[in-house]
Ligand binder design. Structure first.
Ligand SMILES: *[C@@H]1O[C@H](CO)[C@@H](O)[C@H](O)[C@H]1NC(C)=O
Ligand SMILES: *[C@@H]1O[C@H](CO)[C@@H](O)[C@H](O)[C@H]1NC(C)=O
Length: 280
């Protein structure tokens, strides 16, 4: 009966080992999504792709914001490398709150530029609907400034301004906070925790193999199933002795007098009863 049951310590070790392996896989495979590939760069470059890749956690979500001025009300909708509104390829649209719900494309994600700094990414969608009178009737362009904010994964989209009182290069400017564009905290995860994980895995393997060996081949029971049980108890004893020597500097000098008083000359002491009480 006892043999068929796996020892509880081994089961726990296996579970912890599986957990550690999953953790390693998670750390290595966190960049597996590639929804930003749907964006077509105005001019393809690996560096720009990398900047765009930072925005991966923001994909597949429609950001929406409403503005109201004296006579116009608009809703703006934005997606990172995804469709909004009725036009295929539109990444940012403006929808009027009139009966007709006029939809103006401010930029296509099929004509994207991505510029990145240490803690921000500027996403530019071009080739939107042409202006009727302003800006030499060029095509509309939208700029979304995404700034690092470790407190929010996906912040709220905000309209900053529409610059159209000029001849060329007009644009709509938006901003958005996100932790996705924050610089990585390098030392904490890379070096320290990977060494920890490796040490943890090695310890688990050592414990599991040791347990199995001691139990199945040596046939040990109870605490003896710990691999190298005798060795580790000796290490423990040595450590305790070392502590005694290092830490208890005044212990041996102070104790002998009381000890001697009790054991060797009990009869000479007038207050015999107190001495009996002391060691207890
Ligand atoms: C995002 O949406 C695309 C298409 O709608 C889909 O193929 C993809 O799996 C989605 N990704 C995630 C992470 O939901
Ligand atoms: C965007 O506009 C530029 C300049 O007008 C044009 O050359 C290009 O083909 C357009 N791209 C798309 C995908 O519409």
């Amino acid at each position: 009966m006892k043999v068929s049951m796996s020892p509880p310590h081994t089961a726990t070790s296996v579970r912890l080992l599986v957990l550690a392996v999953q953790l390693v896989l998670l750390v290595c495979g966190s960049q597996a999504r590639d929804d930003t590939k749907r964006c077509k760069l105005f001019s393809e470059s690996p560096a720009e792709r990398k900047v765009l890749g930072l925005l991966e956690p923001l994909t597949n979500k429609t950001f929406s914001v409403e503005t109201t001025s004296d006579k116009e009300r608009y809703t703006y909708q934005f997606q990172v490398c995804g469709d909004v509104g009725k036009t295929v390829g539109a990444g940012l649209v403006q929808i009027g709150h009139t009966e007709k719900k006029v939809e103006t494309v401010l930029g296509l994600y099929t004509v994207t530029q991505a510029i990145g700094g240490s803690d921000w990414v500027m996403l530019i969608y071009s080739n939107g609907t042409t202006y009727n009178g302003h800006c030499s009737k060029e095509m509309r362009k939208a700029i979304v400034m995404i700034s690092c904010n470790r407190g929010v994964e996906m912040g709220k989209l905000e309209v900053v301004l529409e610059e159209r009182e000029r001849d060329r290069d007009c644009f709509y400017l938006f901003e958005l906070d996100s932790s996705a564009v924050c610089p990585a905290l390098p030392s904490q995860l890379s070096a320290g925790s990977i060494i920890l994980i490796i040490g943890f895995v090695l310890l688990s393997v050592y414990l599991i193999c040791g347990f199995l060996y001691q139990r199945l081949i040596v046939g040990a029971k109870g605490l003896q199933q710990f691999p190298n049980y005798v060795f580790w108890t000796e290490v423990g004893n040595l450590a305790a002795d070392g502590c005694n020597v290092v830490c208890r500097t005044q212990g041996p000098e102070e104790e002998p007098p009381t000890y001697r008083g009790v054991s060797t000359e009990p009869e000479e002491e007038p207050e015999e009863r107190d001495d009996h009480l002391l060691p207890m």
